[in-house]
Write a protein that binds this ligand. Structure first.
Ligand SMILES: *[C@@H]1O[C@H](CO)[C@@H](O)[C@H](O)[C@H]1NC(C)=O
Ligand SMILES: *[C@@H]1O[C@H](CO)[C@@H](O)[C@H](O)[C@H]1NC(C)=O
Ligand SMILES: *[C@@H]1O[C@H](CO)[C@@H](O)[C@H](O)[C@H]1NC(C)=O
Ligand SMILES: *[C@@H]1O[C@H](CO)[C@@H](O)[C@H](O)[C@H]1NC(C)=O
Ligand SMILES: *[C@@H]1O[C@H](CO)[C@@H](O)[C@H](O)[C@H]1NC(C)=O
Length: 512
Protein backbone atom coordinates (compact mmCIF):
# COMPACT_ATOMS: atom_id res chain seq x y z
CA UNK A 1 0.00 0.00 0.00
CA UNK A 2 1.43 3.32 -0.95
CA UNK A 3 1.87 5.75 1.86
CA UNK A 4 -0.47 8.43 0.81
CA UNK A 5 0.18 12.08 0.81
CA UNK A 6 -0.13 13.93 4.03
CA UNK A 7 -3.04 16.30 3.59
CA UNK A 8 -1.74 19.76 4.16
CA UNK A 9 -3.64 21.15 7.10
CA UNK A 10 -3.96 24.75 6.13
CA UNK A 11 -7.32 25.39 7.67
CA UNK A 12 -7.47 26.48 11.21
CA UNK A 13 -11.09 25.51 11.18
CA UNK A 14 -11.35 23.38 14.27
CA UNK A 15 -9.54 25.95 16.26
CA UNK A 16 -11.83 28.71 15.19
CA UNK A 17 -14.85 26.55 15.89
CA UNK A 18 -13.61 26.07 19.40
CA UNK A 19 -12.85 29.73 19.78
CA UNK A 20 -16.34 30.56 18.60
CA UNK A 21 -17.81 28.15 21.09
CA UNK A 22 -15.76 29.74 23.79
CA UNK A 23 -17.02 33.16 22.84
CA UNK A 24 -20.58 31.94 23.01
CA UNK A 25 -19.97 31.47 26.70
CA UNK A 26 -19.37 27.74 26.72
CA UNK A 27 -16.42 28.39 28.94
CA UNK A 28 -15.96 31.40 31.11
CA UNK A 29 -13.52 33.99 29.97
CA UNK A 30 -11.04 33.04 32.67
CA UNK A 31 -11.04 29.34 31.85
CA UNK A 32 -10.76 30.26 28.21
CA UNK A 33 -7.39 31.87 28.78
CA UNK A 34 -6.37 29.29 31.29
CA UNK A 35 -6.60 26.55 28.71
CA UNK A 36 -5.47 28.75 25.85
CA UNK A 37 -1.88 27.63 25.74
CA UNK A 38 -2.67 23.95 25.94
CA UNK A 39 -5.57 24.11 23.56
CA UNK A 40 -3.73 26.14 20.98
CA UNK A 41 -0.87 23.75 20.96
CA UNK A 42 -3.13 20.91 20.17
CA UNK A 43 -5.59 22.60 17.86
CA UNK A 44 -3.18 24.53 15.78
CA UNK A 45 -3.36 22.99 12.42
CA UNK A 46 -6.23 20.60 12.87
CA UNK A 47 -7.60 20.05 9.41
CA UNK A 48 -11.34 20.00 9.09
CA UNK A 49 -11.18 17.12 6.68
CA UNK A 50 -9.88 14.75 9.29
CA UNK A 51 -12.30 15.64 11.96
CA UNK A 52 -14.35 12.85 10.52
CA UNK A 53 -17.34 10.91 11.38
CA UNK A 54 -16.38 7.28 11.88
CA UNK A 55 -18.11 6.29 8.67
CA UNK A 56 -16.13 8.84 6.70
CA UNK A 57 -13.93 6.29 4.99
CA UNK A 58 -15.09 2.95 3.81
CA UNK A 59 -12.45 0.41 4.61
CA UNK A 60 -14.37 -2.76 5.29
CA UNK A 61 -12.00 -5.62 5.67
CA UNK A 62 -9.06 -3.50 4.69
CA UNK A 63 -6.67 -5.21 7.03
CA UNK A 64 -8.98 -7.44 8.89
CA UNK A 65 -9.87 -9.83 6.10
CA UNK A 66 -7.05 -12.27 6.68
CA UNK A 67 -6.78 -11.20 10.18
CA UNK A 68 -5.92 -14.02 12.43
CA UNK A 69 -5.75 -17.60 13.51
CA UNK A 70 -9.21 -18.67 12.47
CA UNK A 71 -12.00 -17.21 10.49
CA UNK A 72 -15.67 -17.70 10.04
CA UNK A 73 -15.28 -20.27 7.28
CA UNK A 74 -13.62 -22.96 9.38
CA UNK A 75 -14.82 -24.21 12.74
CA UNK A 76 -13.10 -22.47 15.60
CA UNK A 77 -10.18 -24.47 16.93
CA UNK A 78 -10.22 -25.94 20.40
CA UNK A 79 -9.88 -23.13 22.83
CA UNK A 80 -6.28 -22.13 22.70
CA UNK A 81 -6.26 -20.08 25.84
CA UNK A 82 -2.56 -19.43 26.04
CA UNK A 83 -1.73 -17.22 28.95
CA UNK A 84 -0.30 -14.16 27.41
CA UNK A 85 2.98 -12.72 28.48
CA UNK A 86 2.16 -9.50 30.23
CA UNK A 87 5.83 -8.89 30.81
CA UNK A 88 5.35 -8.50 34.50
CA UNK A 89 8.94 -8.83 35.56
CA UNK A 90 8.16 -9.74 39.18
CA UNK A 91 7.49 -13.38 38.44
CA UNK A 92 9.93 -13.98 35.67
CA UNK A 93 10.93 -17.49 36.59
CA UNK A 94 9.71 -19.51 33.66
CA UNK A 95 6.21 -19.90 35.01
CA UNK A 96 3.39 -18.69 32.90
CA UNK A 97 2.82 -15.11 33.71
CA UNK A 98 -0.43 -13.37 34.36
CA UNK A 99 -1.68 -10.96 31.77
CA UNK A 100 -1.09 -7.48 33.15
CA UNK A 101 -3.28 -5.01 31.35
CA UNK A 102 -2.67 -1.83 33.27
CA UNK A 103 0.95 -0.80 33.59
CA UNK A 104 0.26 2.49 35.29
CA UNK A 105 1.53 3.09 38.81
CA UNK A 106 -1.18 3.74 41.42
CA UNK A 107 -4.02 3.04 39.04
CA UNK A 108 -7.14 1.57 40.62
CA UNK A 109 -7.00 -1.00 37.81
CA UNK A 110 -3.43 -2.23 38.18
CA UNK A 111 -4.58 -4.86 40.65
CA UNK A 112 -7.93 -5.69 39.11
CA UNK A 113 -9.20 -9.24 39.49
CA UNK A 114 -9.72 -11.82 36.77
CA UNK A 115 -13.02 -11.70 34.92
CA UNK A 116 -13.74 -8.14 35.89
CA UNK A 117 -14.08 -4.72 34.29
CA UNK A 118 -12.24 -1.78 35.78
CA UNK A 119 -12.34 1.82 34.65
CA UNK A 120 -9.95 4.58 35.60
CA UNK A 121 -11.67 7.89 35.01
CA UNK A 122 -9.42 9.92 37.28
CA UNK A 123 -7.56 11.82 34.55
CA UNK A 124 -8.85 15.05 33.03
CA UNK A 125 -7.45 13.91 29.70
CA UNK A 126 -8.70 10.42 29.28
CA UNK A 127 -10.78 7.50 30.51
CA UNK A 128 -9.34 4.02 30.25
CA UNK A 129 -11.17 0.78 30.96
CA UNK A 130 -9.77 -2.68 31.30
CA UNK A 131 -11.46 -6.07 30.91
CA UNK A 132 -9.71 -9.19 32.02
CA UNK A 133 -11.03 -12.54 30.85
CA UNK A 134 -13.02 -13.78 27.89
CA UNK A 135 -13.79 -10.66 25.86
CA UNK A 136 -15.90 -10.83 22.69
CA UNK A 137 -16.85 -8.06 20.33
CA UNK A 138 -20.35 -7.20 19.25
CA UNK A 139 -19.88 -4.97 16.24
CA UNK A 140 -23.54 -4.06 15.86
CA UNK A 141 -23.57 -2.23 19.18
CA UNK A 142 -19.84 -1.42 19.28
CA UNK A 143 -19.72 -3.41 22.51
CA UNK A 144 -17.21 -5.59 24.23
CA UNK A 145 -18.76 -8.38 26.28
CA UNK A 146 -16.99 -10.13 29.12
CA UNK A 147 -18.03 -13.77 29.59
CA UNK A 148 -17.45 -15.62 32.86
CA UNK A 149 -15.35 -18.79 32.80
CA UNK A 150 -17.25 -22.03 32.03
CA UNK A 151 -19.42 -23.15 34.93
CA UNK A 152 -19.14 -19.90 36.82
CA UNK A 153 -21.76 -17.28 37.36
CA UNK A 154 -20.84 -13.87 36.03
CA UNK A 155 -19.16 -11.67 38.54
CA UNK A 156 -22.05 -9.25 38.67
CA UNK A 157 -21.85 -6.77 41.44
CA UNK A 158 -24.86 -4.69 42.29
CA UNK A 159 -22.64 -1.72 43.02
CA UNK A 160 -20.85 -1.79 39.70
CA UNK A 161 -22.59 -0.13 36.76
CA UNK A 162 -24.35 -2.44 34.31
CA UNK A 163 -22.42 -0.95 31.42
CA UNK A 164 -19.33 1.21 31.07
CA UNK A 165 -18.99 3.62 28.16
CA UNK A 166 -15.73 5.07 26.90
CA UNK A 167 -14.76 7.35 24.07
CA UNK A 168 -11.18 6.25 23.48
CA UNK A 169 -9.43 9.55 22.74
CA UNK A 170 -7.28 11.49 25.19
CA UNK A 171 -9.02 14.86 24.96
CA UNK A 172 -11.79 14.30 27.46
CA UNK A 173 -11.85 17.99 28.35
CA UNK A 174 -12.66 19.03 24.82
CA UNK A 175 -16.31 18.28 24.21
CA UNK A 176 -16.44 19.32 20.57
CA UNK A 177 -13.98 16.75 19.37
CA UNK A 178 -15.00 14.02 21.81
CA UNK A 179 -18.52 14.05 20.37
CA UNK A 180 -17.02 12.79 17.13
CA UNK A 181 -15.29 9.83 18.77
CA UNK A 182 -17.54 6.75 18.82
CA UNK A 183 -18.52 5.46 22.22
CA UNK A 184 -17.48 1.92 23.02
CA UNK A 185 -19.62 -0.04 25.47
CA UNK A 186 -18.26 -2.58 27.90
CA UNK A 187 -20.30 -4.94 30.01
CA UNK A 188 -20.38 -8.30 31.68
CA UNK A 189 -22.55 -10.68 29.70
CA UNK A 190 -25.90 -11.37 31.32
CA UNK A 191 -26.35 -14.90 32.73
CA UNK A 192 -28.96 -15.81 30.10
CA UNK A 193 -26.80 -14.50 27.27
CA UNK A 194 -25.46 -17.12 24.87
CA UNK A 195 -21.75 -16.97 24.34
CA UNK A 196 -21.17 -15.52 20.93
CA UNK A 197 -19.14 -17.82 18.78
CA UNK A 198 -15.72 -16.51 17.89
CA UNK A 199 -15.11 -15.82 14.24
CA UNK A 200 -11.58 -14.71 14.99
CA UNK A 201 -9.78 -15.80 18.11
CA UNK A 202 -6.78 -13.74 19.21
CA UNK A 203 -4.28 -14.81 21.83
CA UNK A 204 -3.28 -11.24 22.63
CA UNK A 205 -5.41 -8.60 24.35
CA UNK A 206 -7.15 -5.79 22.49
CA UNK A 207 -6.27 -2.11 22.71
CA UNK A 208 -9.06 0.13 21.46
CA UNK A 209 -7.84 3.49 20.16
CA UNK A 210 -9.00 6.06 17.66
CA UNK A 211 -7.45 7.08 14.36
CA UNK A 212 -9.96 9.92 14.14
CA UNK A 213 -10.25 13.15 16.05
CA UNK A 214 -7.52 15.51 14.93
CA UNK A 215 -5.35 12.68 13.71
CA UNK A 216 -4.93 14.03 10.17
CA UNK A 217 -2.33 16.39 11.57
CA UNK A 218 1.11 15.02 12.37
CA UNK A 219 1.33 16.60 15.79
CA UNK A 220 -2.03 15.15 16.77
CA UNK A 221 -1.27 11.78 15.25
CA UNK A 222 1.53 11.42 17.74
CA UNK A 223 0.14 13.41 20.64
CA UNK A 224 -3.38 12.00 20.66
CA UNK A 225 -2.82 8.62 19.03
CA UNK A 226 0.50 6.86 18.65
CA UNK A 227 2.30 8.00 21.78
CA UNK A 228 -0.67 7.39 24.12
CA UNK A 229 -1.14 3.96 22.53
CA UNK A 230 2.50 3.19 23.21
CA UNK A 231 2.31 4.47 26.79
CA UNK A 232 -0.72 2.27 27.38
CA UNK A 233 0.48 -0.94 25.79
CA UNK A 234 4.28 -0.95 25.48
CA UNK A 235 4.60 -3.36 28.42
CA UNK A 236 2.83 -5.99 26.30
CA UNK A 237 5.76 -5.90 23.87
CA UNK A 238 3.73 -5.87 20.68
CA UNK A 239 1.56 -8.74 21.90
CA UNK A 240 -1.52 -6.61 21.60
CA UNK A 241 -4.15 -6.24 18.89
CA UNK A 242 -5.00 -2.67 17.92
CA UNK A 243 -8.74 -2.24 17.55
CA UNK A 244 -9.03 1.05 15.74
CA UNK A 245 -12.01 3.39 15.50
CA UNK A 246 -12.24 5.75 12.52
CA UNK A 247 -9.80 3.44 10.82
CA UNK A 248 -8.69 4.87 7.48
CA UNK A 249 -6.11 3.99 4.85
CA UNK A 250 -4.32 7.31 5.24
CA UNK A 251 -3.57 6.55 8.86
CA UNK A 252 -2.64 2.93 8.22
CA UNK A 253 -0.37 3.88 5.33
CA UNK A 254 1.29 6.92 6.85
CA UNK A 255 2.16 5.23 10.12
CA UNK A 256 2.50 1.63 9.06
CA UNK A 257 6.02 1.15 10.42
CA UNK A 258 5.06 2.60 13.79
CA UNK A 259 1.81 0.63 13.89
CA UNK A 260 3.71 -2.58 13.40
CA UNK A 261 6.16 -1.41 16.06
CA UNK A 262 3.24 -1.12 18.45
CA UNK A 263 1.64 -4.44 17.58
CA UNK A 264 2.74 -7.64 15.90
CA UNK A 265 -0.85 -8.31 14.82
CA UNK A 266 -3.09 -6.99 12.08
CA UNK A 267 -5.18 -3.98 12.95
CA UNK A 268 -8.89 -4.63 13.46
CA UNK A 269 -11.31 -2.03 12.14
CA UNK A 270 -13.75 -2.28 15.00
CA UNK A 271 -16.54 -0.28 13.39
CA UNK A 272 -16.68 -2.03 10.03
CA UNK A 273 -15.55 -5.52 10.87
CA UNK A 274 -18.75 -7.29 11.78
CA UNK A 275 -17.17 -10.56 12.84
CA UNK A 276 -16.97 -11.60 16.47
CA UNK A 277 -13.40 -11.20 17.63
CA UNK A 278 -12.37 -12.86 20.88
CA UNK A 279 -9.57 -11.73 23.17
CA UNK A 280 -8.11 -12.75 26.52
CA UNK A 281 -8.53 -9.18 27.73
CA UNK A 282 -9.06 -5.66 26.52
CA UNK A 283 -7.94 -2.10 27.15
CA UNK A 284 -10.31 0.59 25.92
CA UNK A 285 -8.80 4.05 25.69
CA UNK A 286 -5.27 5.28 26.08
CA UNK A 287 -3.28 6.96 28.82
CA UNK A 288 -2.03 10.52 28.40
CA UNK A 289 1.01 11.87 30.23
CA UNK A 290 1.30 15.37 28.77
CA UNK A 291 1.99 17.01 25.43
CA UNK A 292 4.28 14.57 23.61
CA UNK A 293 5.48 13.36 26.99
CA UNK A 294 6.05 10.11 28.82
CA UNK A 295 6.13 10.32 32.59
CA UNK A 296 8.41 7.49 33.65
CA UNK A 297 7.26 7.78 37.25
CA UNK A 298 3.78 6.72 36.17
CA UNK A 299 4.90 3.55 34.42
CA UNK A 300 5.72 0.45 36.39
CA UNK A 301 8.64 -0.30 34.11
CA UNK A 302 9.97 3.27 34.20
CA UNK A 303 9.93 3.68 30.44
CA UNK A 304 10.71 7.15 29.11
CA UNK A 305 10.32 9.10 25.92
CA UNK A 306 13.77 7.83 24.95
CA UNK A 307 12.22 4.36 24.80
CA UNK A 308 9.56 5.73 22.50
CA UNK A 309 12.34 7.09 20.30
CA UNK A 310 13.87 3.61 20.28
CA UNK A 311 10.55 2.21 19.09
CA UNK A 312 10.57 4.65 16.17
CA UNK A 313 14.20 3.95 15.39
CA UNK A 314 13.74 0.20 15.36
CA UNK A 315 10.49 0.49 13.38
CA UNK A 316 12.11 2.52 10.63
CA UNK A 317 15.55 0.99 10.65
CA UNK A 318 14.24 -2.57 10.61
CA UNK A 319 13.30 -2.24 6.96
CA UNK A 320 16.40 -0.45 5.84
CA UNK A 321 19.79 -1.92 5.14
CA UNK A 322 22.22 -1.31 7.97
CA UNK A 323 23.53 2.21 7.57
CA UNK A 324 27.02 2.36 6.24
CA UNK A 325 29.16 3.79 9.01
CA UNK A 326 30.59 7.10 7.98
CA UNK A 327 34.25 6.47 7.97
CA UNK A 328 35.27 10.07 7.89
CA UNK A 329 35.29 10.91 11.56
CA UNK A 330 35.96 14.54 10.74
CA UNK A 331 32.84 14.90 8.61
CA UNK A 332 31.03 18.22 8.80
CA UNK A 333 27.98 18.22 11.07
CA UNK A 334 24.64 18.14 9.28
CA UNK A 335 21.95 20.79 9.74
CA UNK A 336 18.40 20.05 8.57
CA UNK A 337 16.22 23.06 7.89
CA UNK A 338 12.50 22.25 8.02
CA UNK A 339 11.08 24.31 5.19
CA UNK A 340 7.42 25.25 5.51
CA UNK A 341 5.17 26.62 2.80
CA UNK A 342 2.53 29.32 2.92
CA UNK A 343 2.85 30.61 6.46
CA UNK A 344 5.59 30.78 9.06
CA UNK A 345 8.07 30.70 6.20
CA UNK A 346 11.71 31.72 6.62
CA UNK A 347 11.80 34.32 3.88
CA UNK A 348 15.59 34.44 3.74
CA UNK A 349 16.02 30.69 4.03
CA UNK A 350 18.60 30.57 1.24
CA UNK A 351 20.76 33.14 3.03
CA UNK A 352 20.40 31.25 6.31
CA UNK A 353 21.45 28.02 4.59
CA UNK A 354 24.43 29.74 2.96
CA UNK A 355 25.50 31.19 6.29
CA UNK A 356 25.24 27.80 8.00
CA UNK A 357 27.23 26.22 5.23
CA UNK A 358 29.93 28.88 5.49
CA UNK A 359 30.11 28.18 9.20
CA UNK A 360 30.85 24.51 8.65
CA UNK A 361 27.51 22.70 8.33
CA UNK A 362 26.35 20.44 5.57
CA UNK A 363 22.82 21.73 5.06
CA UNK A 364 19.74 19.72 4.08
CA UNK A 365 16.58 21.60 3.15
CA UNK A 366 13.69 19.40 4.30
CA UNK A 367 10.59 20.42 2.39
CA UNK A 368 7.32 19.82 4.22
CA UNK A 369 3.98 18.87 2.70
CA UNK A 370 5.52 17.23 -0.34
CA UNK A 371 4.07 13.76 0.21
CA UNK A 372 7.34 12.14 1.19
CA UNK A 373 6.68 9.06 3.38
CA UNK A 374 7.63 9.24 7.03
CA UNK A 375 10.24 6.54 6.55
CA UNK A 376 12.11 8.91 4.23
CA UNK A 377 11.71 11.68 6.77
CA UNK A 378 13.07 9.38 9.40
CA UNK A 379 16.14 8.71 7.28
CA UNK A 380 16.70 12.43 6.65
CA UNK A 381 16.15 13.67 10.17
CA UNK A 382 17.95 10.88 11.97
CA UNK A 383 21.17 11.69 10.15
CA UNK A 384 21.03 15.36 11.16
CA UNK A 385 23.12 16.63 14.03
CA UNK A 386 20.91 19.69 14.27
CA UNK A 387 17.36 20.39 13.18
CA UNK A 388 16.08 23.91 12.64
CA UNK A 389 12.56 25.06 11.89
CA UNK A 390 9.81 27.56 12.56
CA UNK A 391 7.09 26.43 14.94
CA UNK A 392 4.67 24.03 13.26
CA UNK A 393 3.35 20.48 13.31
CA UNK A 394 6.22 19.18 11.23
CA UNK A 395 8.57 19.72 14.13
CA UNK A 396 6.95 16.61 15.65
CA UNK A 397 9.65 14.92 13.60
CA UNK A 398 12.10 15.88 16.34
CA UNK A 399 11.17 12.38 17.55
CA UNK A 400 13.37 11.11 14.72
CA UNK A 401 16.47 12.90 16.01
CA UNK A 402 18.91 10.78 17.88
CA UNK A 403 19.37 11.83 21.48
CA UNK A 404 22.43 14.09 21.58
CA UNK A 405 21.40 15.96 18.46
CA UNK A 406 19.81 19.40 18.73
CA UNK A 407 16.54 21.10 17.88
CA UNK A 408 16.28 24.84 17.33
CA UNK A 409 12.74 26.11 17.12
CA UNK A 410 12.13 29.55 15.73
CA UNK A 411 9.22 31.08 17.60
CA UNK A 412 7.53 33.84 15.60
CA UNK A 413 5.89 36.72 17.45
CA UNK A 414 3.08 35.62 19.74
CA UNK A 415 3.71 31.87 19.77
CA UNK A 416 6.59 31.62 22.20
CA UNK A 417 4.78 29.72 24.96
CA UNK A 418 3.00 27.40 22.55
CA UNK A 419 6.29 26.59 20.87
CA UNK A 420 7.88 25.72 24.19
CA UNK A 421 5.00 23.52 25.33
CA UNK A 422 4.53 21.68 22.06
CA UNK A 423 8.09 20.80 21.16
CA UNK A 424 10.61 22.46 23.48
CA UNK A 425 9.76 20.58 26.63
CA UNK A 426 9.37 17.15 25.01
CA UNK A 427 12.52 17.48 22.89
CA UNK A 428 14.57 18.33 25.97
CA UNK A 429 13.07 15.32 27.76
CA UNK A 430 14.18 13.12 24.91
CA UNK A 431 17.76 14.17 25.45
CA UNK A 432 17.90 16.57 22.53
CA UNK A 433 19.63 19.93 23.05
CA UNK A 434 16.85 22.44 22.71
CA UNK A 435 17.06 26.10 21.87
CA UNK A 436 14.24 28.46 21.14
CA UNK A 437 15.01 31.42 18.94
CA UNK A 438 12.53 34.19 19.71
CA UNK A 439 11.90 36.27 16.66
CA UNK A 440 12.27 40.00 17.23
CA UNK A 441 9.81 42.57 15.94
CA UNK A 442 12.10 43.54 13.08
CA UNK A 443 12.37 39.89 11.96
CA UNK A 444 8.63 39.41 11.62
CA UNK A 445 6.63 40.09 8.48
CA UNK A 446 4.03 41.65 10.77
CA UNK A 447 6.32 44.69 11.05
CA UNK A 448 5.46 45.36 7.40
CA UNK A 449 1.75 45.13 8.04
CA UNK A 450 1.29 47.05 11.28
CA UNK A 451 2.41 50.61 11.94
CA UNK A 452 5.51 51.10 14.07
CA UNK A 453 4.67 50.82 17.75
CA UNK A 454 1.46 48.82 17.21
CA UNK A 455 1.00 46.39 20.08
CA UNK A 456 0.64 43.44 17.67
CA UNK A 457 4.38 43.75 17.01
CA UNK A 458 5.56 45.69 20.04
CA UNK A 459 3.76 43.67 22.71
CA UNK A 460 2.32 40.39 21.42
CA UNK A 461 1.33 39.18 24.88
CA UNK A 462 -0.85 42.23 25.38
CA UNK A 463 -2.27 41.94 21.89
CA UNK A 464 -3.18 38.29 22.50
CA UNK A 465 -5.05 39.20 25.67
CA UNK A 466 -7.02 41.98 24.03
CA UNK A 467 -7.68 40.36 20.66
CA UNK A 468 -8.24 36.74 21.62
CA UNK A 469 -7.76 33.38 20.13
CA UNK A 470 -9.07 33.85 16.64
CA UNK A 471 -6.57 36.64 16.19
CA UNK A 472 -3.70 34.44 17.34
CA UNK A 473 -4.74 31.83 14.82
CA UNK A 474 -5.27 34.20 11.94
CA UNK A 475 -2.39 36.63 12.43
CA UNK A 476 0.36 35.13 14.57
CA UNK A 477 0.03 31.59 13.25
CA UNK A 478 -1.67 32.01 9.91
CA UNK A 479 -0.30 35.34 8.68
CA UNK A 480 3.30 35.66 9.73
CA UNK A 481 6.62 34.90 8.04
CA UNK A 482 10.07 35.56 9.44
CA UNK A 483 13.27 37.01 8.05
CA UNK A 484 16.09 36.03 10.36
CA UNK A 485 18.55 38.73 11.31
CA UNK A 486 21.73 37.02 10.12
CA UNK A 487 23.93 38.98 12.49
CA UNK A 488 21.96 37.72 15.43
CA UNK A 489 21.29 34.25 14.05
CA UNK A 490 25.00 33.69 13.48
CA UNK A 491 25.45 33.33 17.24
CA UNK A 492 22.77 30.66 17.37
CA UNK A 493 24.42 28.77 14.53
CA UNK A 494 27.81 29.02 16.20
CA UNK A 495 26.38 27.45 19.35
CA UNK A 496 24.75 24.68 17.32
CA UNK A 497 27.96 23.99 15.49
CA UNK A 498 30.01 23.77 18.66
CA UNK A 499 27.50 21.36 20.19
CA UNK A 500 27.37 19.27 17.04
CA UNK A 501 31.14 18.96 16.91
CA UNK A 502 31.12 17.54 20.43
CA UNK A 503 28.13 15.27 19.97
CA UNK A 504 28.04 14.23 16.37
CA UNK A 505 27.84 10.58 15.80
CA UNK A 506 30.89 9.14 14.17
CA UNK A 507 29.93 5.53 13.56
CA UNK A 508 26.83 3.62 12.50
CA UNK A 509 23.58 4.34 14.21
CA UNK A 510 22.89 2.89 17.56
CA UNK A 511 20.18 0.32 17.50
CA UNK A 512 18.03 -1.30 20.00
C1 LIG B 1 -6.25 -13.27 2.03
O1 LIG B 1 -5.48 -14.43 1.86
C2 LIG B 1 -5.64 -15.03 0.58
C3 LIG B 1 -4.85 -16.34 0.57
O2 LIG B 1 -3.75 -16.28 1.40
C4 LIG B 1 -5.17 -14.05 -0.49
O3 LIG B 1 -5.33 -14.62 -1.78
C5 LIG B 1 -5.97 -12.78 -0.38
O4 LIG B 1 -5.48 -11.80 -1.29
C6 LIG B 1 -5.88 -12.21 1.02
N1 LIG B 1 -6.77 -11.09 1.13
C7 LIG B 1 -6.38 -9.95 1.66
C8 LIG B 1 -7.40 -8.88 1.71
O5 LIG B 1 -5.24 -9.78 2.11
C1 LIG C 1 -18.71 -5.07 44.78
O1 LIG C 1 -17.84 -3.99 44.45
C2 LIG C 1 -17.44 -3.25 45.59
C3 LIG C 1 -16.62 -2.07 45.08
O2 LIG C 1 -16.21 -2.22 43.79
C4 LIG C 1 -16.64 -4.15 46.50
O3 LIG C 1 -16.24 -3.41 47.65
C5 LIG C 1 -17.51 -5.34 46.93
O4 LIG C 1 -16.74 -6.22 47.72
C6 LIG C 1 -18.03 -6.05 45.70
N1 LIG C 1 -18.95 -7.11 46.11
C7 LIG C 1 -18.93 -8.33 45.59
C8 LIG C 1 -19.97 -9.28 46.08
O5 LIG C 1 -18.08 -8.68 44.77
C1 LIG D 1 11.70 2.01 38.50
O1 LIG D 1 12.18 3.05 39.33
C2 LIG D 1 11.97 2.81 40.70
C3 LIG D 1 12.36 4.05 41.48
O2 LIG D 1 13.56 4.57 41.01
C4 LIG D 1 12.77 1.58 41.13
O3 LIG D 1 12.55 1.30 42.49
C5 LIG D 1 12.32 0.40 40.31
O4 LIG D 1 13.11 -0.73 40.58
C6 LIG D 1 12.39 0.70 38.81
N1 LIG D 1 11.76 -0.39 38.08
C7 LIG D 1 12.31 -0.92 36.99
C8 LIG D 1 11.53 -2.01 36.35
O5 LIG D 1 13.37 -0.55 36.54
C1 LIG E 1 16.47 44.25 15.29
O1 LIG E 1 16.27 44.66 16.62
C2 LIG E 1 17.32 44.33 17.49
C3 LIG E 1 16.95 44.76 18.88
O2 LIG E 1 15.62 45.13 18.97
C4 LIG E 1 18.62 44.99 17.03
O3 LIG E 1 19.67 44.61 17.88
C5 LIG E 1 18.92 44.56 15.62
O4 LIG E 1 20.04 45.22 15.14
C6 LIG E 1 17.74 44.84 14.71
N1 LIG E 1 18.04 44.24 13.41
C7 LIG E 1 17.80 44.87 12.29
C8 LIG E 1 18.16 44.13 11.02
O5 LIG E 1 17.33 45.97 12.23
C1 LIG F 1 4.87 34.18 3.58
O1 LIG F 1 5.64 33.59 2.55
C2 LIG F 1 4.89 32.83 1.61
C3 LIG F 1 5.84 32.16 0.67
O2 LIG F 1 6.78 33.05 0.21
C4 LIG F 1 3.90 33.72 0.91
O3 LIG F 1 3.11 32.97 0.03
C5 LIG F 1 3.01 34.38 1.95
O4 LIG F 1 2.14 35.29 1.33
C6 LIG F 1 3.84 35.11 2.99
N1 LIG F 1 2.97 35.59 4.05
C7 LIG F 1 3.09 36.80 4.56
C8 LIG F 1 2.13 37.15 5.63
O5 LIG F 1 3.91 37.61 4.13
Amino acid sequence: MAASKVPVPKALGAMEDAAAAAKKGKWGFVQFFFVLAVVLCVLLYAPRVFVLAPQGVDVVGFFAANSSTSSSGSPPPVLRQRVVDGSDKEDDDGRRRRLVLDNQVNSPCSSMGDHTICCDRSSVHTDVCFMSGDVRTDAASLSLLLFPPPGQQPNLNASSPPEERVRPYPRKWERLIMERIPEVRLRVARPEEEKKECDVRHDAPLLVMSAGGYTGNLFHSFNDGLLPAWVTSQHLRRRVVLGVLSYNPWWAGTFREIISGLSEHHVVDLVHDTRTHCFPGAIVGTRFHGILLVDAARLRDNKTIVDFHHLLASSYEAKQPAPVPETNVRRRPRLGIVSRKGTRVIENQAAVAALASSMGFDVDILETANGVPLSVWYASVSRCDALLGVHGADLTKFFFLRPGASLTQIAPLGVSAIAMDCFGVPAARMGVRYEQYEVGGNESSLARKYPPGDEVVADPEKAKRSKGWGFVARVYLGGQNVTLDLGRFRDTLAGLHAHAMLHKETGGRSRR
